[in-house]
Design a protein around this ligand. Structure first.
Ligand code: MN
Length: 142
């Protein structure tokens, strides 16, 4: 598969935790350490999935998510929000901003890879069914 995952995290230790947890699965990783870099990198690289820390310098993770969701190309890319400070209403705000999944730190390093694999698999099924639905639009076959 070699899906590309953008990890947005300003804390080097947390970045490392995510990288180590996902390393065995053969993904390609992109990394951003603040909100502006995340926005630039996502726009340029079009990753298959984004892991988004909420508390970030410059733009926070919710602002980045909202900006991405405003763009058609990013309306469906899976975004997993991760926050260190879970407070009442945070989950609702994250979902409202356009995040698909909301997790709280510390990151569950067993759960995260399973969740990502499931999301990517589901995405693949959706993509293959929209390409083969017999509406006359042929996939160019790349
Ligand atoms: Mn942070």
């Amino acid at each position: 598969m070699n899906e590309r995952i953008l990890i947005v995290e300003d804390n080097p230790q947390n970045m490392k935790v995510v990288l180590v947890a996902l390393r065995p699965y053969g993904y390609t990783f992109l990394q951003a350490t603040d909100g502006e870099e995340a926005l630039d990198m996502a726009t340029r690289e079009r990753p298959d999935l984004i892991i988004m820390d909420i508390q970030l310098p410059k733009l926070n993770g919710l602002e980045v998510t909202r900006k991405l969701r405003d763009t058609v190309a990013f309306s469906h890319i899976p975004i997993i929000a991760i926050t260190a400070f879970a407070m009442k209403g945070d989950k609702e705000r994250a979902i409202e901003a356009g995040c698909d999944v909301y997790l709280t730190k510390p990151i569950n390093t067993r759960q995260l890879p399973v969740m990502i694999a499931e999301i990517l698999l589901q995405r693949q099924k959706i993509n293959s069914s929209t390409n083969g639905d017999g509406n006359g639009e042929q996939d160019p076959g790349n």
